[in-house]
Design a binder for this molecule. Sequence first.
Ligand code: SF4
Length: 584
Amino acid sequence: MSKEKAQEQESKDIFQSYHLSEKTTEAPLIRVMALHALAYCERLFYLEEVEEIRRADANVFTGRRMHEQLNKGPDVYSLELASEDLGIRGKMDCTQRKSGKLVVYEHKKGRSQKGAEPWPSDRLQVVAYALLLSEYTGEPVEEARIRYHADNKTVKIPINRDDAEKELEAAVLKAREIRSSLERPAVTAHEKLCRSCSLAPVCLPEEERFARLEKVKLQRLFPPDDDRRVVHVVEQGCSIRKDGDQIVVHFPDGNKKQLPGMAVLSLVLHGNVQISTQVVHFCAAHDIGVHWLSYGGYYVGGLSAGAGAVQRKNRQYKAFQDSQLKSRLVVRLALCKVENQIRYILRATRGNEGNGRDKTIDERIVGIRGEIQALGALKADLDAFDEQEEFSESREKEFANEVRGHEGNASRIYFSILPFILNLKEDHFLYFSGRNRRPPKDPVNALLSFGYSLLYKDCVAALLSVGLDPSFGFFHTPRSAAYPLAMDLMELFRIILWDIPVIGSINRKQWKKEDFDISGKQVWLNTEGRRKAISIYENRKQEKWKHPVLNYSLSYSRTIELEARLLEKEWTAAPGVFAQLRLR
Ligand code: SF4
């Protein structure tokens, strides 16, 4: 056996005999990869390690694939080690003997820093591995190497034990200090790092810099579209099972439809649809939402995985005890809703005047000018509230009720105007004379209620994915039938995501009497009607629009999550951007 082969065999013997034992310790060991994140950006460390938010973007998947291929080599020894003395644990890519000495290897798919230097985060990572390996083998480890595959460079890093220990100790202390805090660290000052950060869509660093007036033009790091789809199962008697990584919908007639699990954003089960425990576990593990709606279209419940998001919920509870913040949010939300009502009515009625339609309708539109003025007066009051620098703490409840009163009056006026926007005669089966619900008494109210249920479901899903507790809101008062914070978030989207497309579909005569089940004074959408409504709603969600303040384009679907994230920023040091979305 050659000398080199003998050394390889020796390394194999050492490494193969080792199994990582889980030791219990007062201060949990810190993952070396978490230290890598810490050296990259303190906020990234906090999001991943403390809030346990981990997102695998395309870069992460490419990196994983590269490591899987690397680990197939015959002379590669991947090793998992832990040390209570060092306070860390980690799995290194590879260790080898070179000229009789142990060397730590780390592979990176990206480029080295200019001048073939290691990035600080990569350096800290191999320093930590070298110390772990040295402690485990009892041998000094004096060199680590990082292979940067994108520029085909290998960077050698000499390890001085004393310096390495000091560097690691400082990093572990910092990590422990950050881990014990309830507050997220500030966004990094090195903006370039954010562009390749997998958590930028969660962190929203550019929006935060914008809110703090540090930037006037921001770069969109928030994905404009969903690459996964929402799957509605409306046919009664269907069952959903799992086959490997596929979600399979079995229809009552024996047919089935297979869906790749990774392509599904959420499953929405309408009425009598069964789902297996295996699918529920799979969905919980892969961040796939599951929502149940009753046959009548009411939201019954949703799947929420694990406890999670403890720090985020704590910050939310604390924030909603701040009367200044609550009062400001209450006004901002009402203002956004009322302004969008006015903009929509003006847009919808402006186009109708003088278009050669039934003259009586044009005369009636002239007749709603008083209502539009009344809406304008309510908005002016809300504008004045919004301009207040301070809100009276002792009058917080009365003030919120006053604002809610304005919002309620505006909604009554808005619904009283809708018959003028709908192009219908009084004897038409879709004639609308006012809002009613639970149960809806006519087809238009059935449509409105069903669409709002879909929207409510999406708002609950967005809040859960952001890690907020939908039970604690600021505008809607607690009641058992619905989550107040989801109802709050919905107010921003009722008109944009449902009223506009559904009224458009009515005016385009897309609905038939056969789409509805009418029993006595109750009206529901039947299976075909629900399919039609879902298609209108989901298509609307995919439409792109330009956010009027952030000034970038994204789908309405993504906007729901964006607003939930911007809401959280109201109490995490970057307020002012939530509820600014306006119809053009
Ligand atoms: S997006 Fe930027 S600030 Fe946020 S965690 Fe990533 S690197 Fe840090």
